[in-house]
Design a protein around this ligand. Structure first.
Ligand SMILES: Nc1ncnc2c1ncn2[C@@H]1O[C@H](COP(=O)(O)OP(=O)(O)OP(=O)(O)O)[C@@H](O)[C@H]1O
Ligand SMILES: [Mg+2]
Length: 502
């Protein structure tokens, strides 16, 4: 922490209910200049709701907010921004079709003085360059279209925007959830630099190692109540889990072993559109096959092509020995494939439908008896998954929109588990899911394997791959650069293959 660590923001007794459901039950919380204050808690604990109150997106039911020792009231994000509070939500707010500097000044464009108030592009570019430099970026970035940038850089554009409004407090809701590898490192460096410059930062994350690395203090929420605030130095990952879940966790990776069976998914000479690399791999029954690699290595692209979400140039796919012709996701589902993406907004959920609808919608065939869909059976199945995955609230009649981010992700997983797929491809299955619920996801994956399904996990989290997989493929620049058995695999070997050193 820097010397200049006066309290920027302090809140006392914050309460919030949604339709009688007490989501925040009197929270006290404060952030100092030059510190990273982490908010930690299980899915649905109330973290996002608290920060939405701090940023003026939600109105509190009760409680007080002090900004630099003065009591303040605000009800809109722009009022909070006036004070110096900027927020990076999990879903980025950048406009893809605009350039970096246009995004940075979006809504607050600098004008030339004079009658016609033309945009002062020169000034905006100068300012943007200054802030990009402050973030360690090449200023030439400012003329690029945002759509050309990766998620990590897009997030930096949002941070640069916060700098131009002279934010003193930056709130980030799971900023690393959509990043991986080098992008995460870049974000850490940026946060370190901003902290050094005296900015106060609120950081939400489910990655406990990251919290150890990044945080100065940590506040733990459980069921809408503040359990503890303590210096990160005085805590450990196990202690965090205990405070958060209310009990200690015996095992983070409940690995089970099964006998290797048939060739479940065989991908042969697969070439993606615009690539001249050929991909070959086979996933077997009885094993969990991991896929690792840095951002841009092509992991998701390969899986999308296998699933028919993107067109492929050439190649054959066999499911349990039978060649299948997949030209669309519909073909893939018909062939027994399931693709569980992390994108709950895009292809995952219908937010204004109930949980049981969302869980059952892709499995209607399974629930048909004598030509009629058995709604009761869908409800039963939905209840079972909601219970096993600890979805909270557990009411299957609620609309998905009412759930916290992590709980929505669990519903996406439930939806696919409900289908009778034979091959499950999970892309970052536990992103945004708390430690306790992760274990439940792994257990369900185990039971899929036990029941004869083929499971592939694409993940950026090496501990997850090392903890759960029997074999790990590593990708580098569009091709498979490593195929490591569970015994052989180590972080070092994976990294080496991922950077082309093998
Ligand atoms: N708009 C809403 N209407 C009704 N209930 C809501 C609404 N937004 C949030 N909730 C409820 O408030 C509780 C806290 O949700 P919140 O999004 O703050 O959790 P979170 O701690 O951010 O969890 P996660 O780690 O999953 O993101 C949850 O039970 C959620 O269902
Ligand atoms: Mg949240």
């Amino acid at each position: 922490m820097s010397e200049n660590n006066h309290t920027l923001l302090e809140v006392k007794g914050i309460r919030k209910s949604f339709a009688g459901n007490h989501v925040l039950k009197g929270i006290d919380f404060d952030v100092r200049a030059g510190e990273v204050h982490v908010l930690l808690g299980e899915n649905g604990a109330g973290k996002s709701t608290l920060i939405k109150i701090l940023t003026g997106a939600y109105t509190k039911d009760a409680g007080e907010i002090y900004w630099e020792d003065n009591k303040v009231e605000y009800n809109t994000p722009s009022e909070a921004m006036e004070l110096g509070i900027a927020t990076i939500y999990q879903e980025l707010n950048v406009v893809q079709e605009l350039t970096v500097y246009e995004n940075i000044f979006l809504g607050r464009e600098l004008k030339k003085s004079g009658k016609y108030s033309f945009l002062n592009r020169k000034k905006m570019k100068e300012e943007a360059a200054k802030h990009l430099k402050r973030l360690g970026q090449d200023p030439s970035l400012l003329n690029k279209k945002v759509s050309e940038l990766g998620i990590g850089k897009q997030q930096l554009v949002e941070i640069a925007k916060a700098l131009t409004v002279d934010a003193k407090l930056l709130i980030m809701d799971e900023p690393t959830a959509s990043l991986s590898g080098s992008e995460v490192e870049q974000l850490y460096a940026t946060v370190d630099e901003l902290r050094r410059q005296g900015m106060g930062i609120v950081f939400i994350s489910h990655r406990l190692e990251e919290i150890k690395r990044m945080g100065d203090r940590i506040t733990i929420l459980r069921d809408g109540a503040g359990i503890a605030t303590l210096p990160v130095k005085e805590t450990s990952v196990d202690k965090m889990i205990e405070l958060m879940v209310g009990r200690s966790l015996d095992e983070k990776y409940p690995k089970q072993y099964f006998e290797k069976g048939q060739e479940g998914l065989k991908v042969k000479n697969l070439r993606l559109k615009g690539s001249n690399q050929e991909i070959n791999f086979t996933a077997y029954q009885g094993e969990i096959l991991g896929v690792s690699g840095l951002v841009g290595a092509g992991r998701t692209e390969v899986m999308r092509a296998v699933f028919g979400a993107d067109l492929k140039e050439s190649g054959t796919i066999k499911v349990f020995g039978k060649e299948v012709n997949i030209k669309s996701p519909k073909d893939a589902i018909g062939a027994g494939l399931a693709f569980i993406t992390e994108d709950r907004k895009g292809e995952g959920l219908i937010l204004d439908q109930t949980l049981d609808f969302n869980i059952g919608v892709s499995s209607l065939k399974k629930f048909k008896k004598g030509g009629l869909i058995q709604l009761g059976d869908i409800k039963e199945a939905a209840k079972t998954y909601v219970k096993e995955l600890q979805v909270r609230p557990s009411d299957i009649n609620l609309h998905a929109r009412k759930l916290s981010g992590g709980n929505q992700q669990k519903v996406v997983i439930a939806k696919w588990l409900c289908t009778q797929a034979k091959v499950f491809i999970f892309d970052e299955p536990t992103r945004g899911i708390d430690v306790g619920a992760k274990v439940e996801v792994y257990r369900l994956i185990n039971s899929l394997v036990e029941n004869g399904a083929v499971v592939i996990i694409v993940s950026s989290e090496l501990p997850e791959l090392l903890g759960m997989c029997d074999r790990i493929l590593v990708m580098h620049e569009g091709k498979i650069s490593g195929d490591l058995s569970r015994k052989e695999a180590t972080q070092e070997k994976i990294m080496k293959a991922a950077t082309g050193g093998m």
